[in-house]
Design a protein around this ligand. Structure first.
Ligand code: ACO
Length: 310
């Protein structure tokens, strides 16, 4: 790699500037962006499934309309992100093939089941809450198309988080049985949610992402910010977070919390979580059943192009 180009690239990053698709960039920067953006896109697309599961069973028209809009937003986020990855010279088909063959990673969180309606609220509150915490700094990441996509994604995620909290608040004002459902969902989702931020910093292998201004805040720092913000929200809701070690540490100015079960995390990331097999099977089925749409769109585009040539 030409040292002059490398120096210019580093200077732009150090000055907080954006790198755009046609700019020169080191191969490793391109590769790590394709890796992260495509994993992120896959997470959005797989993330439609646990909630899509409840659209037909939403308890009211209002809740159904909200849930439909949210799941559609997630499909949209996946599309912006695949488009951002395409600006780096990979094709969407290639990325999709990596997902469907089980080669590509996507967020561990989407391999857990949504067992009751309270899970839909908790996914909005905790899962989307964690996603926002991780994604706000990405609005300032060094790659222009990724940063710009994140601005709209974060606005929509913020609506998702609020609708989840609102759903839970409504259930908490309901019957004792509803309150128990909420607590049960919180008990099952809390630990997987804080695992979303990834391994501890000393086990996080992609240090290059920090150097290049892709990841602006480390996994552990984001996790801590999330825990600190969520404790107060749990109090407002009236639920208990299932961690006896969770307590305010005045010296650190943060909450301490218990040890994360990393065996569980790596097991899920490795394809052996409760729903990994179902999630991929569902994505494959959607791809196969959508073949006629892709063929029809292509035939239509060809006919249109032929007409224009006449
Ligand atoms: N689920 C699955 N895999 C994970 C997770 C997770 N929660 N956290 C880390 N990993 C993987 C990494 O992808 C990496 O694998 P790879 O080398 O095969 O790519 C490996 O574990 C080691 O982790 P790190 O070195 O810490 O990886 P990285 O620096 O990329 O940090 C993180 C991981 C924080 C997820 C980062 O990639 C990121 O910010 N991605 C963009 C946001 C995103 O994808 N969010 C998805 C969930 S939110 C949503 O979609 C609604």
């Amino acid at each position: 790699e030409n040292p002059e180009y490398v120096a210019q690239f580093n200077a732009r990053i150090d000055a907080g500037g954006f790198i755009e698709p046609k700019d020169w960039m080191p191969d490793a920067y391109r590769r790590t962006l394709v890796r992260q953006i495509s994993q992120h896109a896959h997470s959005e697309i797989v993330g439609m499934l646990p909630e899509g599961n409840w659209i037909t069973r939403a308890p009211s028209l209002k809740r159904k309309a909200i849930l439909l809009a949210k799941v559609q937003d997630e499909g949209g986020h996946g599309l912006y992100l695949y488009a951002a990855a395409e600006t780096l010279g990979v094709s969407r088909d290639e990325l999709y093939e990596a997902l469907l063959s089980g080669k590509a990673k996507y967020s561990s969180i989407f391999n857990y089941p949504t067992l009751t309606w309270a899970d839909i609220g908790v996914v909005g509150w905790l899962v989307d809450g964690a996603a926002i915490m991780n994604q706000i700094p990405l609005c300032k990441c060094s790659y222009g198309p990724y940063a710009r996509a994140m601005i709209r994604v974060c606005k929509e995620e913020s609506f998702h988080q609020r609708q989840g909290f609102d759903l839970l608040l409504t259930m908490m004002k309901g019957t004792a049985e509803q309150r128990e459902m909420v607590q049960d969902a919180v008990n099952r989702w809390w630990w997987p949610s804080i695992m979303m931020f990834g391994p501890h910093d000393h086990d996080s292998v992609h240090t290059e992402t920090a150097r290049w201004g892709i990841k602006r805040i480390s996994n552990d720092d984001l996790r801590q910010k999330f825990v600190d913000a969520t404790v107060k929200q749990a109090e407002v809701l009236g639920v208990t977070l299932p961690d006896p070690a969770l307590k305010w540490n005045a010296e650190r100015g943060h909450h301490d919390f218990g040890a994360i079960d990393w065996d569980e995390f790596w097991n899920v990331v490795g394809g052996h979580g409760p729903c990994n097999v179902d999630r991929l099977a569902e994505r494959r089925r959607a791809w196969e059943e959508g073949a006629w749409v892709r063929e029809a769109a292509l035939a239509h585009a060809e006919k249109q192009a032929a007409r224009e040539r006449q």
